[in-house]
Write a protein that binds this ligand. Structure first.
Ligand code: PLP
Ligand code: ZN
Length: 398
């Protein structure tokens, strides 16, 4: 694929994960396009419809799991509560493995299969591992997943069920990342890791869908719970490419939402710095957004500046409250995803986002991914013996 280094601006053709000359983050070069090929039929996937925007020649439906095409829900009560004009929630929990990660995995697997790779892999212990394991199984590729030794069994089984070669590795997790890449090079494993260029490409389809779902009149703000920064980069890149293609009239202001217990990007933004400093040990219930040294952090900072965006943090208490508020709208998301709502509440209530503004929040993953969070909620139910239930009901629900 044709890649551009965001740091040193050099171009490369190849399947690199980081810049071969400066180790900076790479992105797929936008193709020049004279016309947009919408394809023909309804029922096509978002990747097929906007194929011109992806580094793929075609989409092989046989190895797709039906990713994307997630609902964009209008949440009027919550918009009122936040003090913003309109609030839309992009429900990414409806993806095949219940998080947005499937979008990036789908592009990665399409690319790997089309380019003759027989093996794919990832280093992750959460949603990305489950996603890569599922798509590897679907595509019939030998799939290698590396997780750290201290991962608990509750998280291992939902990855192992897809039948990958699953490695629990004892040692420093950040070193494991680079060690795995070395093994990948030696053994022909195509890695689809955190902020890999094709993962970023996959997240563009979130922006494409939001644009379509709002009749190409995009929101003023888009709020993204951010860890490594790959999803944030992808959504922003999607809006920028649609803008350059003349499909939308503006690019939304992007909001990087982080947990107060792990906020390296916010810290740099708040201090007006252009570079993210790594923080110590993360301390938040939002495990999926707790990367203390986000590999795309500096790129996120630059995109915040480019789009006139904002960074914000929310506490674990605010996250759990927002998780409950979303559940009361029928949306059970993981704590990390509730960060979207908690951040919008904060920005609406402190006046950073006005009452006439439209906001879209990304609900990145499902609440069933982390059921331990349920212990933090007051769960209510009724108890009654069978003979007494009639009386009980009459007394309480007349
Ligand atoms: C991976 C993940 C994120 C963070 O995405 P990045 O691309 O690492 O910034 C947020 N929420 C959920 C549920 C995730 O799985
Ligand atoms: Zn470089």
């Amino acid at each position: 694929m044709d890649l551009l280094c965001i740091s040193c601006k050099e171009s490369f053709a190849g399947d690199y994960l980081r810049c071969p000359s400066c180790a900076g983050p790479l992105e797929v070069k936008a193709r020049s396009r004279s016309k947009i090929n919408f394809g023909g039929a309804f029922g096509q996937s978002i990747m097929e419809r906007y194929l011109d925007f992806f580094p793929l020649e075609r989409v092989n439906e046989k190895i797709s799991l039906g990713e994307g095409r997630t609902p964009l829900l209008s949440a009027e009560k919550l918009a009122d509560l936040c003090g913003v004009g309109k609030l839309y929630l992009k429900n990414e929990t409806k993806n095949p493995t219940w998080s947005f990660k499937d979008r990036g995995t789908a592009v990665g697997v399409q690319y790997a299969a089309a380019h003759g790779y027989k093996r794919i892999g990832t280093v992750s212990s959460g949603n990305m591992a489950a996603s890569v394991a599922a798509y590897g199984a679907r595509a019939g590729l030998e799939t290698f997943i590396f997780v750290s030794m201290d991962i608990d069994d509750e998280k291992v089984a939902p990855i192992a069920i897809y039948g990958p070669q699953l490695f629990k590795v004892d040692g420093d997790y950040s070193k494991l990342y680079f060690e795995a890449l070395k093994i990948g090079e030696e053994h022909g494993i195509f890695f689809i890791n955190s902020d890999a260029p094709l993962r970023v490409e996959g997240s563009k389809s979130i922006a494409f869908e939001i644009a379509e779902q709002l009749g190409f009149d995009v929101p003023d703000y888009v709020v993204v719970p951010t860890s490594a920064g790959g999803n944030f980069r992808g959504i922003t890149k999607g809006f920028l490419e649609f803008y350059q293609a003349g499909l939308i009239k503006k690019v939304p202001r992007m909001v990087c939402a982080q947990a107060a217990g792990c906020s390296p990007i916010y810290n740099a933004f708040a201090q007006g710095k252009k570079e993210v400093e790594h923080i110590g040990k993360p301390d938040t219930i939002a495990h999926a957004i707790s990367n203390p040294c986000p590999p795309s952090g500096n790129v996120v900072l630059a995109l915040l500046e480019q789009t006139g965006g904002l960074a914000v943090t929310v506490t674990d208490d605010e996250i759990i409250q927002a998780q409950k508020l979303l559940a009361e709208e029928g949306l059970f998301v993981q704590p990390d995803s509730a960060v979207s709502l908690a951040a919008t509440l904060k920005l609406g209530q402190n006046g950073s986002i006005g009452r006439d503004q439209t906001v879209a929040g990304i609900l990145t993953g499902s609440g069933l991914k982390y059921t331990k969070a349920l212990e933090l909620h007051k769960i209510k139910f009724h108890t009654s013996s069978l003979p007494e239930i009639g009386d009980y009901f009459r007394k309480n629900f007349n």
